[in-house]
Design a binder for this molecule. Structure first.
Ligand SMILES: NC(=O)c1ccc[n+]([C@@H]2O[C@H](COP(=O)([O-])OP(=O)(O)OC[C@H]3O[C@@H](n4cnc5c(N)ncnc54)[C@H](O)[C@@H]3O)[C@@H](O)[C@H]2O)c1
Ligand SMILES: [Zn+2]
Length: 428
């Protein structure tokens, strides 16, 4: 076991049934292997297993534990305490709470824990939660519902970037959904979180800034530290000293051609707005530095004054009551904007191409979106590293892949290659 967990690649890999080691461990609760399974789960998570990884059928370890009745209660508790996201829906549209309230295989105690977590961390989601939701018709099995012929027609030109461009040119993709993350702004000089040398979470950087900087308590307890961090990382883009990248401009072209269903960005740097993308087409899933408000009386901040103060190393203070102001970013533990939950299901269902750019797909519920498009929707990853469900086809299982195109490397270079295939070079 020790040897196995030292090999990072295998931690989030899945077997033929789509089970990761953590899923398999959660399944053990159903057959009762004393307390060992909890110890194994703790070891896996401490070594970097993704607690919210979705297997085939979109289930997470929390779904599995929620189906294990009384035996699963301890596992449910552990997973929730360690960041399991109870808003993630399985292939039939059920959250872990739906499973845990089932009389046959659920558990009242698990249901109570999950409900409490949902209420606290995702109040908007909880308000609209439908206990009596019908199962979606999709089978929960790992097998695809598409015939071989249907699979081949997704990307008839082959599973590659040129075929994606052909599909766009032929009108096969005109409701494109784009998921973006910090990687698309790295070429604009804004560091991401998880790149090894330069990321905000890298060793060098965490000494410079406290890693918990996206935390409301770090703003309240150490406002000057928080705003020093904001000045260095986010002020340049917010005040227009930093320009959108090639990737941002490409998204602007998609929007202007009417090919965009939506962009879901995790970025707070406002560069999508600066690339001219309409507010209607944009879901700033983790909020934005474009607006802010007073933490006490909630009065909107005048952002010119806000950034002027930050630039001059003064704290931005409310004009009305003198309390400190905060940006409208989603801090750790805060709910995502209602718009995210309102549009998510419809957008993902309607998507006829999913493009994922510059994200590690580590932050949930955002990362779950990639699994919500239909089976006949091609997915393109443009990223320095192969992440999320795309890892499945790396090296193995390639023969089963009919729709996941990977463009590994710098995103601007990948996007330029796509633009060339599209013949849009002159429009960039
Ligand atoms: N620009 C921003 O607004 C910004 C910056 C840092 C963090 N954040 C916040 O931090 C969280 C981090 O999650 P995340 O997934 O967005 O970032 P992340 O740091 O976890 O992952 C970034 C991903 O982008 C890749 N990448 C880096 N440079 C790239 C390049 N030039 N071309 C292609 N790929 C590149 C990395 O390999 C990595 O996989 C988000 O919630 C976001 O709100 C935002
Ligand atoms: Zn105020």
């Amino acid at each position: 076991m020790k040897l196995f967990v030292e090999n990072k690649a295998s931690l989030n890999a899945t077997d033929q049934d789509g089970l990761s080691p953590l899923h398999a461990t959660a399944s053990c609760t159903q057959v009762d292997l004393k307390d060992d399974y909890l110890r194994v789960a703790k070891l896996l998570v401490s070594k970097g297993a993704d607690i919210n990884l979705q297997m085939e059928g979109n289930c997470t370890a929390l779904h599995i534990a929620a189906c294990a009745g009384k035996k699963g209660e301890e596992m449910v508790k552990y997973l929730l305490e360690n960041g399991a996201d109870p808003t993630i829906e399985s292939g039939i549209g059920f959250t872990a709470l739906h499973y845990s309230i089932n009389k046959e295989y659920g558990s009242g105690v698990s249901a109570e824990m999950i409900e409490k977590d949902l209420k606290k961390k995702y109040p908007h989601f909880f308000e609209t939660f439908d206990r009596n939701k019908e199962r979606k018709m999709a089978p929960s099995s790992a097998k695809s519902r598409l015939s071989e012929e249907e699979k081949r027609s997704v990307l008839p030109g082959g599973v590659n970037l040129r075929a994606i461009a052909e599909r766009i040119k032929n009108g096969g993709s005109k409701r494109i959904v784009v998921l973006t993350g910090a990687g698309i702004s790295v070429n604009a000089g804004i560091p991401d979180f998880r790149s090894p040398e330069t990321g905000i979470y890298s060793q060098k950087r965490t000494q410079e800034f406290n890693a918990s900087s996206f935390d409301l308590s770090s703003l309240v307890e150490n406002p000057s530290g928080f705003y020093r961090f904001c000045k260095e990382i986010f002020l340049p883009s917010a005040v227009g000293r930093v320009k959108p990248t090639i990737t941002h401009r490409f998204l602007g072209i998609l929007a202007s051609k009417g090919l965009l269903q939506r962009i879901y960005t995790q970025n707070v740097d406002t560069l999508e707005r600066k690339a001219g993308i309409d507010a209607d087409l944009l879901v700033e899933s983790h909020g934005t530095f474009a607006t802010g408000h007073c933490i006490k009386c909630r009065t909107d901040a005048d952002m010119d004054k806000f950034w002027k103060s930050v630039d001059e190393d003064n704290l931005p203070l409310c004009q009305r009551c003198g309390s400190i102001q905060r940006p409208d970013v989603v801090f750790f533990g805060e709910a995502l904007p209602p718009k995210f939950f309102d549009l998510r299901t419809k957008d993902m269902k309607n998507a006829d191409l999913l493009i994922v750019i510059g994200t590690s797909l580590m932050v949930y519920p955002f990362a779950g979106l990639v699994n919500e498009v239909s089976e006949d929707c091609p997915r393109l990853l443009v990223n320095k590293k192969i992440v999320g469900p795309f890892t499945k086809y790396h090296q193995q299982n390639q023969h089963e892949n009919y729709r996941d195109v990977i463009c590994e490397g710098d995103c601007d270079e990948g996007i330029l290659a796509l633009v060339n295939f599209l013949g849009w070079e002159n429009q960039l």
